[in-house]
Write a protein that binds this ligand. Sequence first.
Ligand SMILES: Nc1ncnc2c1ncn2[C@@H]1O[C@H](COP(=O)(O)OP(=O)(O)OP(=O)(O)O)[C@@H](O)[C@H]1O
Length: 410
Amino acid sequence: MIEAVGLTKRYGAKTAVHNLSFQVRPGTVTGFLGPNGSGKSTTMRMILGLDTPTSGHATIAGRPFRKLPNAPRQVGALLDAKAVHGGRSARAHLLSLAQLSGIPARRVDEVLGVVGLQQVATRRSKGFSLGMGQRLGIAAALLGDPQVLLFDEPVNGLDPEGILWVRNLMKQLAAEGRTVFVSSHLMSEMALTAEHLIVIGRGQLLADMPVKDFISANSADFARVRTPDTEPEQREKLTAALGEAGGQVEPEPDGALKVTGLPLPRISDLAHAADVRLWELSPHQASLEEAYMRLTQGAVDYRSTSDQRAGLQQQMPQHMAQQMAQQMPQGYAPGQPHMQQPYAPQAPGVPGPGYPPPGQAPGHPYGAPEQYGAPHPYGQPAQAVAPMPPAASAPAAPAAMPTPQNEDAR
Ligand SMILES: Nc1ncnc2c1ncn2[C@@H]1O[C@H](COP(=O)(O)OP(=O)(O)OP(=O)(O)O)[C@@H](O)[C@H]1O
């Protein structure tokens, strides 16, 4: 078992981990979740004796890591897959770790097999892909056949097959009675891998509970309600009526309303009483990802803003936009009408190929001008569709696409 009691770590004025207490029990996979910079790695480093807590303590099997007899045989960890001497082969790297811990050399070949790196065992690790590096790090963690395992973002850089493999490996290790503590940003992945969750935000504990309890506690039902887009006053009237009746109403990005705290029939009755027409009234359940986002939203350090592009797009003079419009290919890639979209000039009053001025019906989905004789874009026989430029004007496809290789077979 891993136990943290009042674990706190400060770096100068920055408190990375604050008064964190939890237990990680054997026999289950425990997911350790939190946004970027929330203190997951710092916590793991303190558990492994690599960082000294400012206050509090962490133990493994009742002792601080540094006081464990033959720690590498009891605890295995993947913290940073890149922390490998790049000039060494995978096998030489694992062999040196094995020798330091009195582990027999044949175990190296066993773990290379478990992680699927036998074919590249003699290659220098500096040529490894991110996913291969992760596999090598997992091999190192398994080397001492330890009872306690810590993995910091083990699926980072793995392809879908690799992610599935890690998921099954974690479950198998836990089923063997080991303590498995896995950090991740990905709620969706943890929901499939872990049975128990510890969620932190800004270094503080936000949740410590079985995954199924987390789902039922946080996946709230809600209703989506939409009023006619053309009548914003209807939306306001309904928002007020639902609020007065005790519902929580949040606007959705697409103009709908997200309503919690009121059953669907009640929403319908309230809309009817307020003389508001509805275009949509549908039941929904928040996904686990949404529940996690909601739980951690107040503890996110790094948020993106929308790209204003320094006003560059608005500044394009009209004559340039017109010139661009004339130079645009009328059709770009046959069969891929969406490929044209990035070429549509945005300047007002300059219709691009296939992009009518606002309020006008589309001329042709492929952007063909009228002289190609396409009176109606839909339902025309193939030959009536506007001719595309000859293949030579489209970017040439590679003669033969390189066969995708499994990253671990490289
Ligand atoms: N050695 C250090 N010196 C100063 N600040 C540090 C140090 N290590 C971590 N921090 C800070 O502590 C906070 C927690 O970092 P930590 O790496 O533990 O978070 P994390 O949850 O693992 O993040 P991520 O998911 O991005 O890996 C961050 O604000 C980080 O900048």
